[in-house]
Write a protein that binds this ligand. Sequence first.
Ligand SMILES: Cc1cc2nc3c(=O)[nH]c(=O)nc-3n(C[C@H](O)[C@H](O)[C@H](O)COP(=O)(O)OP(=O)(O)OC[C@H]3O[C@@H](n4cnc5c(N)ncnc54)[C@H](O)[C@@H]3O)c2cc1C
Length: 488
Amino acid sequence: MEKPVFEIVIVGGGVVGAAIAHELSHYALDVVLLEKEEELSFGVSKANSGIIHPGTQNPAGSLKGRLCVEGNRLIREMSRPLDLDFKEVGELIVAFDEMETSQLWQMKMEAELLGVSGLEVVSRGWLRDNEPNLNRDAVAALYAPSAGIISPYRFVYALSEAAALNGVEVRTSTKVEWIEQMQGDSEGGRARFVVGTSAGELMARFVINCAGLHADDVASMVAAPRFRIQPRKGEEYILDKKRRYLTRHLLFPVPTPESKGILVTRTSDGNPMIGPTAYKVKDKEDLSTTDEGLRMVLQVAQRLVPAIDRADIIAYFAGVRPVAGEDFFIESDRRIPGFVNVAGIQSPGLTAAPAIGRDVARLLEQSGVEFERKPQRRSKRSRSIHLFSMPLQEARRLVEADAECGEIVCRCESVSLKEIKEAIAEGARTLDGVKFRTRAGAGRCHGSFCTCRVMRVLAEETDRPITAISKRGKGSEMVVEDRADGRT
Ligand SMILES: Cc1cc2nc3c(=O)[nH]c(=O)nc-3n(C[C@H](O)[C@H](O)[C@H](O)COP(=O)(O)OP(=O)(O)OC[C@H]3O[C@@H](n4cnc5c(N)ncnc54)[C@H](O)[C@@H]3O)c2cc1C
């Protein structure tokens, strides 16, 4: 069978792959994005703090620092056309004594060298007026107004949907298993690689490896990798929404060798969140949380905001950072023309992703890709409904116009049947996919009330049996058939 030929194959559908796809979708190029999981954003990009960093915590001169500052700016620009739920809330790096205060001045200077603007070292009086629940022992803070928060997975979906609308092919459940470099001129010079996947083979002139924790495994399919991924785990703890007014800004301690930035933040949906820890693990898939992690996170968070109580915690998760040395590792591999590694994208990768997209496009241009702007670009389709974040009047109007908006499936987070169906129409195929898009199942009862209903809607809308509905893809199905008597 003839293999499809693409100019560019992107391996990995996290925020980095989605941002690269989005950037390339502005041009007349044949691009395909391959993701091994059933949905996009099921890797590192689903489990992080959701902070759009201003660039205050990176060494001047670092690649990640430059891309963080540029990414922060680009996300603002994209916010309206992509309907992102980005909220600029500002951050405070809090000092408790004179020595820490002098560190703030040093951090300010380094960040200004990177181009971060609007920074200010604020006084104890300012903190009392503007962050009332902050520990009264705080003496000063570095204020960065351009810090913000975003829903990390909805960011990935917005980027990938816009890319798909503009011609990028997105294939999920497609694991890249091997890559073969072709010898000589093939397909009239249009292809240099054959890419073998769990769903068939295809050919490509360029392969962009942004496989997150598995970027070294993918790189080793063509040559010995020039980097190794060292997994570094971070545990995070989510607090009840009723505590949403606990803080006004994102609060960080001054980094120390013991604590590299356990912070008090909140999700873009309004839940306060504390964490993350940062420690090396051997297993890339180890997403367990620990008593030690909880103890450490609570200790640092309570030093910042003493009113935080262990009983406020309603959920927890861990994410694993794909670390490859101190900085990001982005390079066109000279040994293998056409192969680009975008690896080691640890924090602030979520923030930097759109800037990484631009850098990769520049790399491709230098390697001979012709960037011809498309005459017409379609933007994202109509705005998603989120009843939980809507003024009551607006929600009432929607319910009057469409009864499905009034049929509440998830009571904790006020998610309607309409929202669930809309998420499925956008591409959700699993319970997590629905949860990430709508918040159904993300509330205090953890889906005890709505899971069965969401499963039924998923089965009906995608015309699959209930046994095919899973939490996060193959192997996590929720209902099994008893083969002996055919009952489920
Ligand atoms: C605890 C924690 C907190 C963080 N907080 C922040 C923050 O607040 N702000 C910030 O800016 N950054 C933060 N980060 C960093 C940020 O989350 C990452 O930099 C970013 O998500 C990396 O995205 P990615 O696309 O490179 O990786 P991923 O999201 O992991 O995407 C890679 C994708 O490749 C797929 N894949 C792997 N192998 C294959 C294959 N063979 N074939 C096909 N597909 C494959 C995977 O399934 C995965 O979906 C945090 C990270 C952690 C862990």
